[in-house]
Design a protein around this ligand. Structure first.
Ligand SMILES: [Mg+2]
Length: 246
């Protein structure tokens, strides 16, 4: 496992025609909602309180406002304040107890290995956090590398998912073609960015959607961004060999 850290400016000539699975991490490969996300949200609010000198309520509102406006709180903070993004990412994703929060999943490791082609995690989370989750899940041997948010910085700013230019740069960096890449993600907006860049798309729903009423769950067909919907990577690995279009 390695961090694909270099800027997304690789050669554009396709190296080979192989399927490239671009796999989201949180709520796609593991369930981040119950234990991890509330801690990240609280840490982000704490950070804004400490570094911008706001009251907790104001800090929480600002964090949410930036998240809505920019898609990531980080983007708003570095745009409007003298915040060191790496310090922020480190301080807001501290999980020395990751192995208690994320269980080892041998079945997931096996399912990933059954996906034919290259398998790369693409996450809007930072490198140290993604690496800790991958190690806790026990899937490091099933993936080629991780593209963390630190690698999604070009033209002087962070451009994480669902940035269409970022997707295009990532495809070039991996020396492949958009049509060879499949983004598997639980967020329809991220899939829309990938689809606009010419990638194939799979909506992974179970982990987050299972907590919602059936009538409000995301569905393939509810958006042109979603080509295929699966309940898990395990289901995807069972379906892919018999499915020639993906
Ligand atoms: Mg996700």
């Amino acid at each position: 496992m390695r961090a694909l850290h270099r800027p997304l400016t690789g050669p554009t000539a396709p190296r080979r025609v192989a399927r490239v699975w671009l796999l989201d991490l949180d709520d796609t490969l593991h369930d981040a909602q119950p234990a991890i996300m509330p801690r990240i949200d609280a840490a982000m609010t704490d950070y804004v309180v400490r570094h911008l000198g706001l009251a907790r309520e104001e800090a929480s509102a600002l964090r949410l406002d930036y998240w809505k406006r920019y898609g990531a709180t980080l983007l708003g903070l570095v745009t409007h304040h003298p915040i060191d993004p790496h310090h922020y990412l480190r301080e807001t994703h501290r999980f020395p107890d990751m192995h208690r929060l994320v269980r080892r999943r041998p079945a997931l490791a096996r399912a990933l290995r059954q996906l034919p082609g290259r398998r790369i995690i693409v996450t809007n989370g930072p490198w140290h956090y993604a690496r800790a989750v991958v190690r806790a899940l026990g899937i490091a041997g099933s993936i080629e590398g991780i593209v963390p948010i630190e690698a999604m910085r070009f033209a002087g700013r962070f451009q994480p998912k669902p940035s269409r230019p970022m997707m295009g740069r990532l495809v070039a960096r991996l020396r492949t073609r958009p049509s060879c890449c499949v983004l598997v993600d639980d967020t329809v907006g991220n899939l829309a960015g990938a689809r606009a860049a010419g990638l194939r798309t799979v909506l992974a729903t179970t982990l987050k959607e299972a907590r919602k009423p059936a009538s409000t769950r995301a569905r393939a067909g509810s958006s042109r961004a979603v080509e295929l919907q699966v309940q898990s990577i395990l289901q995807l690995s069972r379906r892919v060999p018999s499915r020639s279009t993906l």
